[in-house]
Write a new protein. Structure first.
Length: 492
């Protein structure tokens, strides 16, 4: 963990997805999907298993049965609040059963929510993304990508942008605050703290709109046997008092360097593992096209907050077709180009005595052995993967921590199109992987991963879709893999 600049404004931080608002629904919705996936090498290809909220196991082949139900709010929010009650409620549940080499039962979503006016309170597990960008075609948002199981929490937030009336609705904001239970098997009694604030400059109908905001996550508290007799904890327990909680909200140093609750590790570095992103977006809308340029700047300490690690983060350019042609045989719907850089890290050297220490070592942490992961999956961008995901050649490098490859340059292209009645999707990524500053790879590992998928509505079965996906990995980072997925899905 590194030093974090004191945040005098505790509200400044954790996630908004531009343009992702609930659709008007007046009743519940249920779905059920039956499918199977297989891989020639035993491990499923990268794009077949990433950003699936932990549904898809690392190892195949498996059969899967997935289903869920949602009760959404009765009507969507509009700008005038017409046809909308002040109070409403909703709930959702989604379950997954995988049978095969990696048999498992998962409950990635189970939550209840209530709304009063523009404010929502919800509790449970819920599928989310945090950041400014395109949520449908992205390679994965840099801090919170939807790659792992959702973490159970209670959150109070504004799910949509709220415009400021006395500024003639030119400025709008979204804000949220959450407390979660970070409960992976390797540590007990740990918590998650989250908050965010995002702003939009420009009325919804304006051609140009600018977005900016910040999100902040903290892993804190907990106890584990591996922490006993270590310099990171007192008797295997990490600080978890109310005073510690109040300190980590604003990134304040503890009052004492050492006491019966903490070691010098917390006294010198602040309590908890802090991580977040500062996000920017510029949206341009014409009669034919919507274009979004965005940047999610990754930070883990004070050096990241003042951009000493620039240009690290996720850069993206999204295009959406606003002029679909009726009865067209083929037409494109969307495209996303992204570049991820994590190689700077405020320099190679971590200097404990410096104001800005450097050597950020993304997603790894001294106290939390598995770092920024949850049940073995990366919470942030999937391009920074746990050691277990990699090929034998990569795992031969025994150092680097739980995330032995956090210095990455990755290029990504995602495409959506319609061909007759079939929805087509393609993803391709190319990455150069350098390991860590502590243990660099020599030579670097290069990786190409691709995915082609199709969804075909079955004409004789209403609300039923046949899905097929084909993916492959080529390069040195992952095992040479080719795999596929086939399913049938019904909605009510």
């Amino acid at each position: 963990m590194k030093r974090l600049v004191t945040l005098g404004l505790g509200w400044l931080m954790t996630g908004a997805v531009v343009g992702q608002t609930p659709q008007p629904v007046s009743s519940g919705r249920a779905e059920l999907e039956l499918g199977g996936m297989a891989s020639g090498s035993g491990q499923l290809p990268f794009w077949l298993r990433t950003n699936q909220y932990g549904f898809v196991p690392l190892q195949g082949s498996v059969g899967t049965l997935q289903g869920g139900f949602q009760r959404k709010y009765r009507t969507n929010t509009d700008t005038t609040n017409r046809h909308r009650s002040r109070f409403d409620w909703g709930a959702g549940v989604y379950a997954v059963a995988n049978v095969g080499r990696s048999s498992q039962w998962l409950l990635p979503e189970a939550y209840a929510k209530v709304r009063y006016g523009r404010v929502e309170l919800w509790a449970g597990r819920r599928r989310e993304l945090y950041g400014i960008g395109d949520s449908t075609l992205t390679s994965g948002f840099v801090v919170w990508s939807g790659n792992s199981l959702p973490i159970p929490k209670v959150q109070l937030h504004t799910p949509e942008f709220i415009s400021v009336g006395f500024l003639k609705h030119i400025l709008a904001f979204r804000a949220g605050y959450a407390h979660g239970w970070f409960n992976p098997p390797y540590i007990k009694g740990a918590f998650l703290h989250q908050k965010y604030l995002y702003g939009r400059f420009g009325k919804p109908h304006w051609r140009f709109k600018f977005y900016a905001g910040i999100n902040h996550q903290v892993q804190w508290g907990g106890r584990a046997d591996y922490l006993k007799d270590s310099p990171f904890a007192v008797d295997g327990k990490l600080p978890s008092s109310l005073q510690d909680y109040l300190s980590l909200i604003v990134g304040r140093y503890p009052k004492d360097l050492v006491n019966n609750q903490q070691t010098t590790f917390d006294g010198e570095n602040r309590v908890g593992n802090h991580i977040g992103s500062i996000d920017y977006g510029l949206e341009w809308t014409t009669s034919q096209l919507t274009t979004l340029l965005y940047y999610q700047h990754l930070y883990e300490d004070a050096s990241g907050l003042i951009y000493l690690n620039f240009p690290d983060g996720l850069w993206g350019l999204r295009f959406r077709n606003r002029m679909p042609r009726a009865n067209a045989r083929f037409q494109w719907q969307g495209a996303v180009l992204e570049w991820l850089s994590t190689t700077n890290q405020s320099g190679p050297v971590f200097d404990q005595t410096a104001q800005y220490q450097g050597g950020d070592n993304y997603f790894n942490h001294g106290q939390y052995r598995e770092g920024w992961s949850y049940f073995g999956r990366t919470i942030g961008t999937p391009f920074l993967a746990p050691r277990a995901d990699y090929s034998a050649a990569v795992r031969a490098y025994e150092g680097g921590g739980f995330f032995p490859n956090n210095r990455v340059n990755a290029w990504y292209l995602g495409l959506d199109a319609d061909w007759y009645r079939i929805r087509l999707n393609a993803r391709i990524s190319y990455s150069r992987n350098f390991g860590t500053f502590n243990e660099p790879y020599s030579p670097r590992f290069e990786q190409v991963s691709t995915l082609l998928s199709a969804q075909w509505p079955l004409p004789k079965l209403s609300n039923t879709v046949l899905s097929a996906r084909f993916a492959l990995d080529r390069g040195g980072l992952y095992p040479q893999q080719t795999g596929g997925f086939l399913s049938i899905k019904r909605t009510w």
